[in-house]
Design a protein around this ligand. Sequence first.
Ligand code: AHG
Ligand code: MN
Ligand code: MN
Length: 321
Amino acid sequence: MEQERLHPEATGDLSNLLYDICLAAKIIARNVRRAGLTDILGGTTTVNVSGDLQQKLDLVANETVRNSLQHTGRICVMASEEDEAPIPVPANVPAGKYVVLYDPLDGSSNIDVNVSIGTIFSIYRRVSPEGTPGKLADCLQEGLRQVVAGYILYGSSTMLVYTTGNGVHGFTLDPTIGEFLLSHAHIRTPEVGKYYSVNESNWNKWTPATQRVVGAFKNGDGAMKGKTARYIGSLVADFHRNLISGGVFLYPGDRKVPQGKLRLLYEAAPLAFIVEQAGGAATDGSRRILEIAPQELHQHTPLVIGSRSDVEFATARMAAE
Ligand code: AHG
Ligand code: MN
Ligand code: MN
């Protein structure tokens, strides 16, 4: 409401879209919290366009987000990690002015072992003419044009963290009333991180520059002290810990997969908007994530994200290679 009051011309559409996303989050949270008691764990027999085996909860979360948004008249098109093509709104629903890109369930490998997972979303204004069906071009916008970016972390508590470009704010779900309540206003991330977060089993596939950077985070380098290693394997959880405590997360490209594993539109770009609004930084090892012009819906990007001085340290060395 405070953000809306900053814009007298606001129609309330964006606030309502955020409420729609919060509804989806509450339903997903309920499913996550009871996963062991219902037949919702485990994998399916299908893979998504990135080649990941889809977990049952991936698909339930995907349906939940789509069903919470597609009939609202607030969006003209959606795109999901779990759907190859953009998702049109039903023919009998007016096309709204917003576009929502999302990773419905991030950290799928952690679902069955009760480790924190999340949902990531990114909202743009449409670029195609009002009143026409939304299209792929509405989804392929560079991160700087985001209107809202956010995530829900299904952790020890369920938190919504988002930015509209006026700082980063965290809300904690109070299950006794079913509402997200403001708990972390104006989150700022420390300039220097306490943690480094990377899957070191990929060490031998990395470039020498990446190995030098990770080695420096581990052992220190001149004025920079060595950091503590933490790797949860859910991007949202690793990102959130670093946002609050200070840290740097890396998913670099390597010789076999130069673009890395993570996706630009619904993982890197929304988290990059959030981290920059909290005083941090995000690059692909050379370019600012928010300035990358997407060519494809599911394109991958290497990612270095978190405390500003750590990201700059890494990027200066990885870009020079
Ligand atoms: P998703 O479950 O949406 O496919 O995302 C998983 C991603 C991300 O959450 C995490 O940082 C990364 O996969 C972990 O990959 P590795 O297991 O290769 O380290
Ligand atoms: Mn993900
Ligand atoms: Mn996912």
